[in-house]
Design a protein around this ligand. Sequence first.
Ligand SMILES: NC(=O)c1ccc[n+]([C@@H]2O[C@H](COP(=O)([O-])OP(=O)(O)OC[C@H]3O[C@@H](n4cnc5c(N)ncnc54)[C@H](OP(=O)(O)O)[C@@H]3O)[C@@H](O)[C@H]2O)c1
Length: 346
Amino acid sequence: MARTIRWGILGTGGIARAFAQALRDTPDARLVAVGSRTFASAHAFADEFAGGFAGDSGIAACQSYEALVTMPEVDIVYVATPHTVHAQNALLALEAGKPVLCEKPFAMNLREAEAVVALARSRGLFLMEAMWTRFMPALAEVRRIVDAGEIGEVALVQADFGFAATRDPAHRVNRRELGGGALLDLGIYPLSIAMALLGPVESVRAQASMGPTGVDLGTGFTMLHRGGTMSVSNCSLRARTPCELSISGELGSIRMESMFHMARAISVTAADGSTRRVATPFLGNGYVHEAMAAGDALRAGLPEHSLMTHAETLAGMGVLDEIRAQIGLRYDADGAAGPVSRVRCR
Ligand SMILES: NC(=O)c1ccc[n+]([C@@H]2O[C@H](COP(=O)([O-])OP(=O)(O)OC[C@H]3O[C@@H](n4cnc5c(N)ncnc54)[C@H](OP(=O)(O)O)[C@@H]3O)[C@@H](O)[C@H]2O)c1
């Protein structure tokens, strides 16, 4: 029988709830503690998710993040706070000797991300960006079909992620000081999956429409990948886009159906126009797959997961920095100089 992984969740917001729900459906996993800035939130969260775990002995409600990361009963900390404090919270957990699964975006910029990765490496602790799409069986099936040569030599990925988000200026997606904007919230999905499918980015070109609160409402970007393949992506906080991904080659194309980042099916279209649909597994609310992957890596004593490596996280952050430099999207974490680009641009 596999060792049970005992999770601690840092933060009590929307994604913390979704992940806690996922842990109920994750084999050999248990939520043992939650940490919040306020005891009331921690307590309410612990009450809400108590029960439903095998061998359940309750969920500890910690009234600070520090208290959570020092609990001996916690095997791994899931960081579920706003973008701006991901690096700080991940560092806190790693300093306390805890492995970390950190929400996307992994950090505000490459400089912050490098500091987190360096600490995990120096301590030999498992660390992973919670880019859950990488662990979806649908993506594995796309890769299998591509590798089998069914759509021929791949040349292009197209992906979009947009919806009509709240216009409430107090919400984190509209607040620059909380890392708001479409790119870091949504654009990161097409960016990450394009890099997963086509490999490292050699150059990127981006344009954005900026909103009244100083964050991007929508960003479009084109990336040239090593070997000459191309991806074309966009994200929006205003437009309800199809949220699909297609990967195309000389012999056909594969579509990850809406919403591509949590696809339950893909369709494959051949050169003659015929299409077949393939249903792919989808456990619980979808976050189960990344929780299982992190648990497996932890049990195996690995410092990183092969499907979302540190190098890939850092490369993605570098591209995000370059896009932000091009569209003029600055955050306090960037300092006076703004986002620093390390990606060549044409
Ligand atoms: N993977 C996904 O599908 C997915 C989906 C949604 C969001 N996310 C990511 O998850 C992160 C959190 O998003 P969310 O939608 O869950 O946000 P949220 O509902 O606002 O919750 C964030 C939580 O972080 C804590 N927090 C710490 N410092 C904070 C601050 N200065 N302001 C507000 N809250 C603070 C709060 O918990 P306490 O008060 O208990 O400390 C709060 O409940 C974001 O980085 C986002 O990109 C990922």
